[in-house]
Design a protein around this ligand. Structure first.
Ligand SMILES: Cc1cc2nc3c(=O)[nH]c(=O)nc-3n(C[C@H](O)[C@H](O)[C@H](O)COP(=O)(O)O)c2cc1C
Length: 372
């Protein structure tokens, strides 16, 4: 078989008509190496053998099973494919082709990657082996990671700040994103797996305005409060660090009504002596820890899931000074539920965040006894 013909087959493989059966260019026992090992249909597998497997997994002819995370694997739409910088060389039974590939994915994203393909032809002129070298990390991030913008769990954990100044007040937040993040978050632990919480997400402008007014009043009341000797009443507000926090805190106060979504998580049962459980000792540390511990892990997972998708939030508790009015505003039975706080949610301006400044963990760790 001539190298000319082999070159022609490779050209057809990439740029032939859409209805060309590409598998007909391959031998029955053709092998295809593509190195990624991330296809849900074949986890860990990097080499595919035979037309059936290659057609199904590599060329994506059969729908892929959904991974356990439920995050759909995206694909590029072949009808939108564009090749740039194509270089092809042939030598004996081998053809090597390198190109830059770009396309739109089925979920509407841009896909771009570099590829190098080494094809080997058998004595019948059929492709019997393909080595596909491509930016597997780029492919993984663009096709397999869905809407995630931060992929490293440690990075998500270390770079989720209270976002105030960088909340994008213009870009709407789709309800689907909130729903998906909560879907991820509800897998957090909670007491007896009863999930005694509800996340009330407010996107109605009038209701947001009313919440923002309560927040502003609550903050004013907090700032005007009589001071005690407790450390939280004696923070030095003149330091550069505290001035920076103050700028950010006031910015949130002044723009709260413009934040696309305001979330108020509530947990069933009061631990402050009010409500139906008041006759029992619901104020004990056991009940407090069990109640709060049944919502806060889910809430923090929710915030991390938002961060991983390019959104941000800030943990705020000031509205709890006005909890009864908030309850009324949101149609919550005050006697039966406690509010955890108020969580503004928006896309962030940029998705690069520094590691949050904290004291070293060693300062907060003891082995075997608190006493050193
Ligand atoms: C329990 C709790 C209550 C908070 N209350 C408020 C609040 O009412 N308003 C606000 O703007 N930030 C509030 N914050 C955010 C903290 O100020 C913020 O997490 C802290 O300054 C550290 O900043 P960083 O997480 O961005 O590094 C609260 C945080 C926590 C954990």
């Amino acid at each position: 078989m001539s190298t000319e013909r082999n070159l022609e087959v490779v050209e057809q493989f990439f740029s032939g008509p859409r209805d060309l059966d590409r598998l007909s260019l391959m031998s029955d026992d053709c092998e295809w190496f593509n190195g990624i090992g991330k296809f849900p249909a074949a986890p860990g597998q990097t080499t595919f053998v035979g037309k059936d497997e290659i057609g199904r997994v590599v060329l994506g002819r059969a729908p892929s099973p959904t991974p356990i995370t439920g995050r759909e694997v995206d694909r590029y739409d072949l009808t939108t494919a564009r090749f740039h910088d194509v270089h092809t060389v042939a030598d004996g039974p081998y053809v090597f082709r390198q190109h830059h590939y770009s396309a739109t994915t089925l979920q509407g994203r841009d896909y771009a990657n570099f590829y190098g393909f080494l094809f080997r032809f058998d004595e019948h002129g059929l492709i019997d082996r393909v080595w596909e070298h491509w930016g597997t990390l780029a492919a993984y991030e663009q096709l397999f990671q869905g809407d995630l913008v931060v992929h490293d769990p440690d990075e998500v954990l270390m770079t989720t700040p209270s976002v105030r100044l960088r909340l994008d007040l213009e870009r709407p937040v789709e309800r689907d994103v909130i729903e998906r993040c909560l879907e991820v978050a509800v897998h957090a632990p909670n007491g007896s797996n009863t999930q005694p919480y509800t996340f009330i997400c407010v996107d109605d402008p009038d209701r947001k305005l009313a919440i923002a007014e309560l927040y502003r009043d609550a903050m004013q009341g907090f700032m005007d409060r009589p001071r005690t000797h407790a450390p939280e009443d004696n923070v030095d507000r003149t330091t550069e660090k505290q001035q920076r926090i103050a700028r950010s805190v006031f910015h949130l106060r002044d723009h709260l009504h413009q934040v696309p979504v305001l979330c108020v998580p509530i947990v069933a049962g009061r631990t402050d002596g009010f409500g139906p459980g008041a006759h029992a000792d619901r104020t004990s540390v056991f009940w407090q820890a069990s109640r709060w511990g049944s919502v806060i892990p889910t809430l923090w997972s929710f915030m991390l899931a938002l961060r991983a998708r390019g959104l941000g939030s800030a943990w705020t508790t000031l509205t709890l000074f006005r909890e009864r009015e908030m309850a009324e505003l949101l149609g919550v039975e005050y006697d039966e539920w406690m509010q955890v706080g108020l969580f503004p949610i928006a896309y962030t301006h940029g998705t690069d965040f520094a590691v949050t400044p904290r004291e070293p963990a060693a300062d907060h760790l003891r082995w075997n006894s608190y006493k050193r």
